[in-house]
Write a protein that binds this ligand. Structure first.
Ligand code: SAJ
Length: 417
């Protein structure tokens, strides 16, 4: 039997590789020709620990191949991006394109699983698109348990950087359109899953994925709001949180420069878009986290003013060093990174030199090229008048206290205190 994974990105490729590593015949489909060629060579086009080895072994053993053309399969897993557009409205165009692409090759008895983070009702919508294109087949919305095609929503919940472990160990929510759909989807995931399959319906499963990331966003917003309040009150927010977390029922997350990545900063908007009246806290949390970079910039401006006043330098002579660009520690992923946004804003505003230290990359992203300079850690520490800590990479946490003394510091992660 054949499993086909549509979308070979951060979720689809690890999932395809996990099935293939259990000796299942897997065909991955992607519109990106470069990704397809790379995978067929046994290499990978994204960065994720351990993934390269698993893909290489699976491709060499003949269990995994990639293609730009849809194929006939017994099970389809759709793992394409669902970004937002305009005023934070979910954009389902890639899911629709995936459904349209598999419709012609869909055969009686196939299972179609949507994995992409999606608004409530998307799985039913996808089944409608398929039914419209294939009137010769029956779908769960009309035929229930007797349908020719089974359809389910099974969200991923893996943490970038630990995907190969979490993919296998985490419990999995399975939202079939009928109980038979759920059973079939569970059986499929059990091929590689060590965690449990927990069965529900598709709408609850869709909401569950959105809820998990909104929970984290709201809790980070709480920490970020505290950081603003504490700055005003002259209180060290990290000490405060450490102390409050000694309470047996309090567990506050960490403030930072803002919330990045392509999940936590996006998914809560899907709830807000569908429930604008009710989702007041969720919307506000998004706004609190999105506004944090602007607050950091004001802190930097104040530190620069203090540094100029103290040193008597002109603004053009002053050097600012930004520590970190990635969206979280110890990875090279710059997508939707608040640190990137802040470094860009500093460079645009500052008339002197802006240095950037990011040990996980070798070249500045296009957006920053010509505006900043990629510097090594020691040079930046020696040269800069103002230090801006943006990402708590291990390399930065290890910097000795005396190296940052007598400098103006804006520390968004509380590592240099
Ligand atoms: N962050 C803070 N303070 C914290 C924790 C995180 O500011 O205390 C920031 C990070 O620096 C980063 C952002 O939040 O900018 C998101 O990082 P993250 O590590 O919380 O999450 P992601 O985006 O890497 O992955 C999340 C995970 N969701 C949850 O933990 C609920 C992951 O399990 C999901 O699979 C993933 O989203 C996804 O694909 O939806």
């Amino acid at each position: 039997s054949t499993i086909s994974v549509i979308g070979l990105g951060y979720i689809g490729l690890p999932t395809a590789a996990a099935f293939a590593s259990r000796q299942k015949n897997v065909v991955g489909i992607d519109i990106n020709q470069h990704a397809v060629e790379t995978i067929n060579r046994g290499a990978i086009h994204i960065v994720e620990p351990e993934l390269d080895k698993v893909v290489k072994t699976a491709v060499e053993a003949g269990f995994l191949r990639a293609s730009t053309q849809p194929v006939e399969a017994d099970a389809y897993l759709i793992a394409v991006p669902t970004p937002f557009q305009g005023d934070h409205e979910p954009d389902m165009a890639f899911v629709k394109a995936a459904a349209v692409s598999i419709a012609p090759v869909l055969k009686k008895g196939a299972l179609v699983i949507l994995e992409s983070t999606s608004p409530v009702g998307s799985t039913e919508q996808m089944a409608e698109w398929l039914a419209d294109l294939r009137p010769d087949l029956s779908f769960p919305q009309q035929a229930g348990e007797a349908a020719d095609i089974n359809v389910a929503y099974c969200p991923e919940r893996v943490l970038p950087g630990q995907v190969m472990v979490e993919l296998i160990k985490n419990d999995r929510v399975i939202g079939g359109m009928t109980p038979v759909c759920s059973t079939r989807a569970s059986e499929l995931y059990k091929i590689f899953l060590e965690g449990e399959c927990v069965i529900t319906n598709s709408r609850t499963a869709e909401m569950c994925k959105l809820t998990e990331n909104s929970f984290r966003d709201v809790n980070i917003a709480f920490a970020n709001e505290l950081s603003l309040i504490c700055a005003d009150q002259g209180i060290n927010v990290w000490e405060l949180i450490r102390l409050a977390n000694r309470h047996p029922r309090v567990n506050i997350l960490q403030p930072g420069p803002g919330v990045g990545g392509h999940c936590i900063a996006v998914d809560p908007w899907f709830i807000v878009a569908q429930n604008p009246q009710q989702a007041r806290l969720i919307r506000t949390a998004r706004e609190v986290n999105d506004s944090k970079p602007h607050w950091v910039i004001n802190q930097v401006k104040a530190a620069v003013a203090d540094s100029l006043a103290e040193s008597g330098k002109r603004a053009g002579e002053l050097k600012i060093a930004c520590f970190g660009l990635a969206f979280k520690p110890n990875i090279d992923d710059l997508r939707e990174s608040p640190a990137m946004e802040i470094a860009g804003m500093i460079a645009n505003w500052h008339s002197g030199e802006t240095l950037v230290v990011e040990p996980n990359i070798h070249q500045l992203p296009k957006k920053l090229e010509g505006h900043c300079q990629l510097a090594n850690l020691d040079d930046a520490l020696q040269q800069a008048d103002v230090l801006v800590m943006l990402v708590d990479h291990n390399e930065f946490k290890a910097i000795a206290g005396e190296k940052i003394q007598q400098r103006w510091v804006v520390d968004t992660k509380g590592v240099w205190r």
